[in-house]
Design a protein around this ligand. Structure first.
Ligand SMILES: Nc1ncnc2c1ncn2[C@@H]1O[C@H](COP(=O)(O)OP(=O)(O)OP(=O)(O)O)[C@@H](O)[C@H]1O
Ligand SMILES: Nc1ncnc2c1ncn2[C@@H]1O[C@H](COP(=O)(O)OP(=O)(O)OP(=O)(O)O)[C@@H](O)[C@H]1O
Ligand SMILES: [Mg+2]
Ligand SMILES: [Mg+2]
Lengths: 266, 266
């Protein structure tokens, strides 16, 4: 079966795209067959992986407006790695689909048609809880939440959890938050460890309840701040291609290993 | 006259709120009478300045839905500093106002009623180019754009400039981009100086044209990455209250000086 993951946080600039690009790449390097989906009209995942948003005929927009299947829209970007790209038309998708019946489950329908010989489908969401992100949540089984270990990040988390709860109640009962990932972690800053402790307590207190994050892991590897991670996208490269010997590569390789097999870390 | 500034960038987490909070505070300390407006339903500016978003009767939402004037909604938070706060109702404002005639100029109307004995009105915008941000652009004379010196930041800038151009053509002919501010600047990273050079070239090439950024300054002071800036909001404090002797305080004091009197830096 295809393991389907949405990477979501409505707060901007927390590391969603960087995480999708590099975790997808790490899994592909390990031999997993991965589809990375760009649901952000800003096309950052598409650009990050070296694809010109104007260069493909079919992408996320065509799939959402039902003029193409996912299979006909995939771009093979690396060995074992395909992208469903975002082009500028995606900007209009949310308003175009606003009156469509079942407007939140269109992507779910499309994902159901994917062949079973893919191992992972990972969706990069825009920084919002609007229709594109709702389509992602309705289509997957797991949510991974990248979070900056800052005070205001905790503020937004509540609203995000509320949205996941609503989707799991009304649309997608199998939806779970599988993991929270601390990004841009500064181990010298007490703020980082204070926010981390807050999140650990929060998750601990929800163990044994039936809320969607009751079994969420706080991923034990944090993505350290590393300028190489910010440089790689300007070359259309993953971190492993750009600088295999840096903290960014080490962190994302370990995070991919954890997601693929959490038991091996315990 | 009141100098009216919108701080805008649709990219998330680039330093808009941190900039509004600390520049407003620095100007107030210098004796300027400043209104800081929180137009973000996330209420981060409100929280940053120590105001509970549930604690005031009237705020940005009431002003936008015309049930209160700005004068009746200001909260005095420091000497010379007032906040027009954002509460959770603001989340609904964009959809509530979507069919209102002149929906983009409602805030402009409200701002016209402000007494002339304020010196500055500074608006913190949400990370989007939607109706709230358009109301900000229609109401002010100047835009200040905080930018993270990263590759993908340049990608979003084009769309932002396009929006400012449209507003200046169709709604607010006096609208100009007065400044671009590099935030979270890492002077050891070549990426920071490469992006800075790109922006300098871009601005240089538009001198003498009649586009809204023809006279924009790249502010000569950059906000360096400084964890104190991320810690201060969790205490409801400005950087000057939290840690007057750190790079964050020095940078924002100098930035406020530059905005108040650019000539003194040349
Ligand atoms: N660990 C890191 N160290 C340094 N820079 C990083 C790191 N992670 C991400 N960045 C950079 O920070 C910026 C924001 O990251 P990214 O684009 O992944 O966030 P995002 O959550 O996808 O943003 P958006 O909400 O706009 O989609 C990018 O320029 C990226 O290259
Ligand atoms: N120079 C800096 N050094 C360290 N941390 C910073 C700096 N500037 C801002 N931050 C922190 O980075 C995060 C994002 O900053 P901020 O909230 O000001 O951005 P924003 O553009 O207003 O975000 P949003 O788009 O969500 O409104 C916050 O947690 C803030 O405290
Ligand atoms: Mg992104
Ligand atoms: Mg903000």
């Amino acid at each position: 079966t295809v393991r389907k993951i949405a990477v979501l946080n409505q707060k901007g600039g927390v590391g969603k795209t960087t995480t999708v690009a590099n975790v997808a790449a790490a899994l592909a390097i390990k031999g997993q067959r991965v589809i990375a989906v760009d649901l952000d009209p800003q096309s950052h995942l598409t650009i990050h992986l070296g694809v010109d948003p104007d260069s493909f005929e079919n992408g996320a927009y065509e799939v959402l407006t039902k003029s193409a299947s996912i299979a006909d829209s995939l771009v093979n970007v690396r060995e074992n790695l395909w992208v469903l790209g975002a082009n500028i038309d995606l900007v209009g998708a949310e308003s175009e689909l606003v009156s469509e019946v079942g407007r939140e489950t269109i992507f779910h329908e499309a994902v159901e048609t994917i062949s079973d010989d893919y191992d992972y489908l990972i969706i990069d969401c825009p920084p919002s809880l609007g229709l594109l992100s709702l389509n992602a949540l309705a289509a997957v089984d797991e949510v991974v939440i990248p979070l900056q270990p800052h005070f205001l990040a905790l503020q937004g988390l509540g609203q995000l959890l509320q949205t996941v709860t609503l989707v799991s109640k009304r649309i997608n009962p199998s939806l779970k938050i599988s993991a929270i990932l601390l990004c841009m972690f500064d181990s010298r800053a007490t703020l980082s460890s204070e926010v981390k402790a807050d999140i650990q307590n929060f998750i601990g207190n929800s163990r044994g309840t039936n809320c969607p994050w009751a079994d969420a892991d706080l991923i034990p590897i944090h993505v350290r701040r590393n300028v190489k991670l910010a440089e790689a996208p300007s070359y259309g490269k993953t971190i492993f291609e750009y600088e295999p010997d840096c903290n960014g590569s080490r962190d994302y390789a370990a995070i991919a290993d954890f997601l693929h097999d959490p038991a091996s870390f315990k």
